[in-house]
Design a protein around this ligand. Structure first.
Ligand SMILES: [Zn+2]
Length: 454
């Protein structure tokens, strides 16, 4: 399917290969997260959440395959009280320390064996601490939300916390009936018993653990677009439905713009939650984006965030990074999507936006290597700006026709897949009439800012 050209050597990545390895390496930025010796293909979570006491209890059932023979394996899970752990229905021994649930099945697993794990757990979920603040499950004044990027998922469910280990999900959440529960995917059933309601969602598309989300709050649904377009619904505090409709009124047009530029929207629906609090930044999840009340109010600085989060559905969520060192692929393409929306909606051109970003970067320290920024700089604003500029440089080098074919094919060939930077540079080379090695060397691997491409 993929007419991938012969790969040109990547001067700074001699160890990388696009051939599937039997056992993936640990994440270079988060070596303690995940266990590459097995893969999960499905999670079934049945959770009960009480917002007042912030109490979460539940059962997680994982269907997995051993990549290598396993006498023991590890799941990532923050501090919870563990009730039972079963492997293939039989009680298993385990230890639970420092965010790792290490499980020793009664019988060792053979390489290639399919197995199930069931974990019963209860506790008071709280965010995982990180240099970027709390990650994962966050209690709100009235409800809760989840924003896990990059390693917050273990704050609320046991998982193999690697972006490359994508799985399907069924998530059932029981909570007091006044609350609305939003999870990415299709709502299968909603059942009320006594004063509680159970919401069951199915996420059929392969999903990275950090992109699994739950929002619980007193929200009112606002339809932005219905079939035959991609259904788009806002979940918004009652008093903010007016401002929301004004600010997100252009989102269906953005959806159409991005479908034209990147190909069909990769999921069945798109939900936008406006949590009833101020949030530092909006966050993307699979088929969902979460904003704060401070992200309403109009103007380009807010509108660009709506475009950015929507673009992540293609870049990051559908086409996902193999490990966190490749994060520029998510953020550079989402940043460029902001500029593309500006250009196509009658605002300043992408070239003008790129010139602004270049001016900004020229006045800042130039010590960031975009293709491997290191954990400390992975969410640095310079990575976003330079990522957008790199995509812009590529557009200049390829010309519009080849550039947009390249972009659409990238999203199409790798739909619901996992990629790295070498995949992208090799893919782009297939659309160029001259070698791109110099361009990628300058933009991805050298810290100095190259001149603005004109
Ligand atoms: Zn982003």
């Amino acid at each position: 399917m993929n007419p991938r050209p012969a790969q040109s050597p990547q001067p700074h990545q001699p160890q990388r290969s696009t051939a599937p390895a039997p056992v993936a390496a640990p994440d270079p930025y988060f070596p303690n997260s995940g266990d590459p010796r097995y893969r999960v293909h499905r999670y079934e979570l049945a959770l009960d959440y009480r917002p007042g006491p912030n109490r979460l209890g539940g059962t997680a059932r994982l269907s997995a395959v051993a990549v290598t023979a396993l006498a023991e394996f590890a799941l990532d899970l923050a501090e919870f009280r563990i009730g039972r752990v079963l492997v293939d229905g039989k009680a298993a021994r385990y230890t639970h320390r420092a965010g790792k649930l290490r499980i020793r099945p009664a019988k060792a697993l053979a390489a290639g064996a399919a197995f199930t794990v069931e974990v019963h757990y209860t506790g008071n979920p709280r965010p995982v601490r990180s240099p970027w603040g709390g990650l994962g499950w966050e209690e709100l004044t009235d409800g809760a939300l989840v924003a896990s990027q990059p390693v917050g998922a273990p704050s609320w469910f046991p998982c193999n916390d690697r972006p490359a280990d994508k799985a399907t999900y069924q998530i059932a959440v029981t909570t007091p009936s006044p609350y609305t529960v939003v999870v990415g995917g299709r709502l299968l059933t909603r059942t009320t018993r006594a004063s509680s309601t159970t919401w069951v969602y199915e996420q059929a598309a392969p999903t990275s653990t950090y992109l699994v989300t739950v929002s619980i709050g007193q929200y009112r649904p606002v339809a932005l677009a219905e079939r035959p377009a991609v259904p788009q619904t806002g979940f918004v505090p009652e008093r903010l439905t007016g401002p929301f409709a004004a600010d997100f009124g252009r989102q269906p047009a953005m959806m159409a713009c991005f479908e034209e530029a990147f190909g069909p929207y990769p999921f069945g629906e798109y939900a936008v939650v406006v949590a009833d609090e101020e949030l530092d930044v909006p966050v993307e999840a699979q088929g969902v984006a979460t904003f704060g009340t401070n992200h309403l109010g109009g103007g380009w600085e807010r509108e660009r965030l709506v475009a950015h989060e929507l673009a992540h559905q293609w870049f990051g969520n559908s086409v996902s990074v193999a490990d966190w060192s490749h994060i520029w692929l998510n953020e550079g393409l989402a940043k460029y999507a902001e500029w593309l929306w500006s250009e196509r909606s009658g605002g300043p051109s992408a070239a003008a936006r790129a010139a602004d970003a270049h001016r900004l970067l020229a006045g800042l320290p130039q010590d960031l290597r975009l293709g491997d920024p290191g954990r400390k700089l992975m969410f640095d604003d310079r990575l976003y700006q330079r990522g957008g500029l790199t995509v812009h440089a590529l557009r200049r080098a390829l010309g519009d026709a080849a550039f947009f074919r390249m972009l659409r094919d990238w999203a199409g060939f790798h739909r619901h897949g996992v990629v790295d930077t070498a995949d992208f540079t090799a893919h782009a080379a297939g659309y160029a009439s001259a070698p791109l090695d110099g361009l990628f060397e300058a933009w991805l691997w050298r810290p100095e800012l190259p001149p603005l491409p004109v």
